[in-house]
Ligand binder design. Structure first.
Ligand SMILES: Nc1nc2c(c(=O)[nH]1)N[C@H]1C(S)=C(S)[C@@H](COP(=O)(O)OP(=O)(O)OC[C@H]3O[C@@H](n4cnc5c(=O)[nH]c(N)nc54)[C@H](O)[C@@H]3O)O[C@H]1N2
Ligand SMILES: Nc1nc2c(c(=O)[nH]1)N[C@H]1C(S)=C(S)[C@@H](COP(=O)(O)OP(=O)(O)OC[C@H]3O[C@@H](n4cnc5c(=O)[nH]c(N)nc54)[C@H](O)[C@@H]3O)O[C@H]1N2
Ligand SMILES: [Mo]
Length: 768
């Protein structure tokens, strides 16, 4: 029986059961069907009802007064206005920008995770609306695994399809002897899956592997990147040195005659060229175990021993997505595939490689049995786009040139920027540079739940409903469950559904029906549900009507391929299942990439040390800073919720520091510290622990950026690592973000500790 005081809700981190008292969510419990529900849910009540909520439409004062440069974006005060006024301002400005610059003047790449729910998806709604208004410049790719998306088609095939075919953890438990984890497989990250996850299976699966005697090696600067149950051997290497380690392993295999020549012959192309580089024929520098030890900090003996172990039994090589979110992040993936090919177990149960285990809850666990219904976004009449991580680059260099996949392209000139469902002042690197770049457009519009730094950098801020304030249905992109998302509470303040906002805007622009097709949001939801129902029917599964579904419980669907083994078909028949690469094989040398003649990505995997390290070796910024995903929230979402706050140290994000690095600097556990480099500085709370390798500090991403413009370098008071990261991309091949490659210095903060201000709303003024 469903208790009607309690209602289901879905988020990217799982299903929750909300208890509501007087129209407020007071708590959210896990769902009984989930063996390991996520505590991230407990951020929802505090954040939805928190003081940072955007409650009314607001306009930046200088922009409203038509003196847009009077006060910088990000520092200005806001004037709250009526919905009528806000929509009229937007309609007029859209007409103005289109009239002068055409739709190429509108940038609405709008990257970000927004919330779960098939219909009220922020980007889809914005894109559909702008498509009915002549289009917009979009962005391509993501911040998660962009180097993989870009590289894989040249060398093995499309990344998304391949990772969906990852060998199942149940197969690993049965067939694998050794799993070598580059970048670990952080259990904390498997709380999350895009669109939702109804059952958290990962801990159970890892426990099964451990019980079956599978051995794990965790090659990562952070010990806790491997779950405790795995009892993994820890090899803490220097960040950004994985390619060198893999080369040392490969060199050992070559030297000791342990390479599977028959596999290389049948299934790959280009090995001889790579071999020439590894043994030093092509550049006079053999990439042997001693050389690799220099680069990585792992002993040469341990490298050789690991290489031998990898050919003794069935070995799975896993590369975490974080490892490719680095300078030259294409290389460790390519080299991992080369290493797996040399071992010769690709396509065998439990052997080969995977890039992306742990990037979400479902990789290697489950897949959807058929595709869910979706709201059509229509066609974008503007074909221009930018690679997603070039946002600052684009704003600062309108009409400038850049390289991308061997082509020279030209940046658009973005005059109006619209962001819905993402937080660039969380996700982008080098935030001081982004702050400067955000001064460039004529108009910035942001739809938000909360007064994030991005909202504070807007001219017009629209308050939108949260997933709990509207009716929807949840279904993760890689999950096998359908989750009712009935409206749980009324909208807070004057927040509105984005669909209704765009319908009214389209009306002001004279084409409401083109956007709505005459339907209400409930009618659209029904349409999407009916499409899902039809597809289920074709798969032999009966689903109820929408209302019955919304009144009911989670619907679990079957797993389409529980025994999946990645590339088993290719191994079985390399002609019939030829790979979609130019040679039809795994390309250890790519003629296509070689022909691009790039400095930062050659025709075969190559070693490039991280950029900050070569620039600042032994110099002012000796510590490598990692900034992985936080255990206590999804990115920056709901940062002012109770679970997220409970881990902060005096209100700052914790930074993990090795005891030796702390002692040298007189830092005690719980001290407030200042991290800095040539790009910026921030405060954080010291957590001293030997789970992080000496020489490396780890600052979780997602603390809302809180710049103190009166302090040096506009020091962030809160602990946002992206004031320190560079926004150079991985390479000119894929132009991917490289957040994990940054060098910093650290000291105890002795000044007066400023209060964190970003969890409170910005200053408002009345209109004069
Ligand atoms: N240093 C460093 N930086 C990183 C990373 C890293 O490892 N290190 N990781 C990168 C990765 S992998 C990613 S994916 C990105 C994530 O970057 P984002 O996806 O931009 O981060 P989120 O915090 O999820 O931002 C989503 C925003 O949408 C808002 N929102 C939620 N629901 C709705 C809605 O219905 N409508 C609207 N309009 N808004 C809504 C939330 O309040 C939030 O502000 O960060 C990247 N940045
Ligand atoms: N709780 C929670 N879970 C999440 C998210 C979240 O925000 N919160 N975000 C989700 C998203 S959008 C994504 S894309 C995934 C990201 O999933 P991943 O990309 O796997 O996660 P990261 O935390 O960036 O990196 C994993 C680990 O890689 C290690 N690492 C970093 N650089 C290097 C290196 O050069 N070499 C080696 N060997 N190791 C390195 C770090 O120690 C880090 O802990 O997580 C998802 N899951
Ligand atoms: Mo991501």
């Amino acid at each position: 029986m469903i208790d009607h005081k309690k209602k289901l809700t879905a988020s990217h981190w799982g299903v929750g059961v909300a208890t509501v008292v007087e129209d407020k969510i007071v708590s959210i419990e896990g769902h009984s069907g989930d063996p390991a529900g996520s505590k991230i849910n407990s951020n929802i009540p505090g954040s939805l009802h928190g003081s940072a909520r955007v409650l009314r439409p607001a306009v930046r004062k200088s922009w409203l007064e038509k003196q847009p440069n009077a006060v910088e974006r990000g520092r200005d005060v806001f004037v709250e206005v009526s919905w009528d006024r806000a929509l009229e301002l937007i309609a007029q400005d859209l007409k103005r920008v289109r009239g002068i610059y055409g739709n190429q003047g509108i940038f609405a790449g709008s990257y970000g995770w927004s919330s779960a729910g098939r219909f009220h998806h922020a980007q889809s709604q914005l894109k559909r609306f702008l498509n009915t208004q002549g289009g917009f410049v979009r962005s391509e790719g993501n911040y998660s695994y962009n180097a993989a998306l870009g590289l894989m088609p040249y060398i093995v095939g499309p990344y998304r399809e391949h990772v969906a075919q990852a060998t199942r953890w149940s197969v690993i438990a049965k067939d694998t002897d050794l799993v070598v984890l580059f970048g670990g497989m952080a259990l904390r990250n498997t709380q999350v899956s895009d669109g939702g996850v109804a059952k958290h299976r990962m801990l159970g699966n890892l426990q099964d592997c451990a019980d079956a005697g599978v051995e794990f090696v965790n090659i990562s600067p952070l010990r806790s990147d491997a779950a405790d149950v795995l009892n993994a051997q820890w090899e803490p290497i220097r960040p950004g040195s994985d390619t060198a380690l893999m080369m040392g392993l490969a060199h050992t295999l070559i030297k000791e005659n342990l390479v599977d020549g028959a596999f290389l012959q049948t299934f790959t192309t280009g090995f001889e060229k790579l071999r020439g580089y590894l043994v030093g024929d092509s550049d006079g520098a053999p990439k042997d175990a001693e050389w690799a030890s220099e680069q990585t900090g792992m002993s040469a003996d341990n490298i050789r021993t690991l290489a031998r172990r990898m050919v003794q039994g069935r070995t799975m090589i896993s590369v975490a997505a974080g490892v490719q979110r680095t300078d030259f992040g294409e290389q460790p993936m390519w080299m991992a595939i080369a290493l797996a090919a040399m071992i010769g177990q690709i396509g065998l149960p439990g052997g080969g490689y995977t890039v992306g285990y742990g990037v979400n809850a479902n990789i290697g666990n489950i897949e959807r049995p058929f595709r869910w219904g979706t709201m059509a976004q229509g066609v974008n009449p503007v074909s221009d786009f930018i690679p997603v991580a070039m946002i600052s680059e684009m704003l600062l260099n309108p009409r400038g040139r850049y390289e991308y996949h061997g082509k020279s392209r030209v940046f658009p000139d973005a005059k109006l920027v619209w962001w819905a469902g993402g937080n660039p002042f969380h996700h982008h690197q080098d935030l001081n540079r982004l702050h400067t770049a955000f001064q460039k457009p004529e108009t910035v519009i942001v739809n938000e739940l909360n007064w994030t730094a991005t909202a504070r950098h807007a001219d017009i801020v629209l308050p939108v409903t949260s997933a709990q304030e509207r009716t929807d249905f949840g279904a993760g992109k890689s999950d096998n469950a359908l989750v009712p998302m009935p409206q749980v509470i009324p909208p807070q303040g004057e927040a509105r559904d984005e669909y209704d906002i765009y319908a009214d805007l389209a009306e002001r622009l004279g084409n409401r029906d083109t956007f709505t097709e005459g339907r209400t949001s409930r009618e659209w939801l029904n349409e999407i549900w009916e499409t899902t129902r039809d597809r289920a029917d074709k798969a032999g599964i009966e689903l109820p009507d929408l209302q019955t579904f919304l009144d009911g419980d989670v619907i679990d669907l079957p797993d389409p391929s529980p025994e999946q083994v990645f590339l088993a078909d290719y191994r079985g028949d390399p002609v019939k299942f030829a790979l979609p690469t130019p040679s039809g094989k795994i390309e250890l040398f790519s003629e296509t990439i070689a022909a691009f003649d790039l400095k930062d990505c050659k025709g075969h995997p190559s070693w490039y040390p991280p950029r900050d390290l070569t620039a600042d070796r032994d110099a002012a910024f000796p510590l490598a800073m990692l900034s992985g995903q936080p255990k206590t929230r999804l990115h920056s979402q709901l940062d002012n919720g109770s679970y997220s706050l409970s881990h902060k140290i005096s209100g700052r994000e914790p930074v993990l520091i090795h005891p030796d690095d702390a002692n040298n600097r007189g830092i005690e556990d719980g001290s407030i510290v200042e991290l800095y480099n040539a790009r910026g500085r921030c405060l954080a709370g010291a957590k001293i622990t030997d789970e992080v390798v000496k020489g490396c500090v780890f600052l979780w991403t997602g603390a809302w950026y809180d710049p103190d413009f009166e302090a040096r370098d506009a020091r962030d008071r809160h602990g946002n690592p992206n004031v320190l990261t560079h926004d150079l991309r991985s390479s000119s091949l894929t132009q991917s973000p490289a957040a994990h490659s940054a060098m910093v210095q650290l000291r105890k903060f002795t000044g007066e500790i400023p209060a964190v201000t970003v969890h409170e709303p910005p200053p408002f003024e009345k209109e004069v």
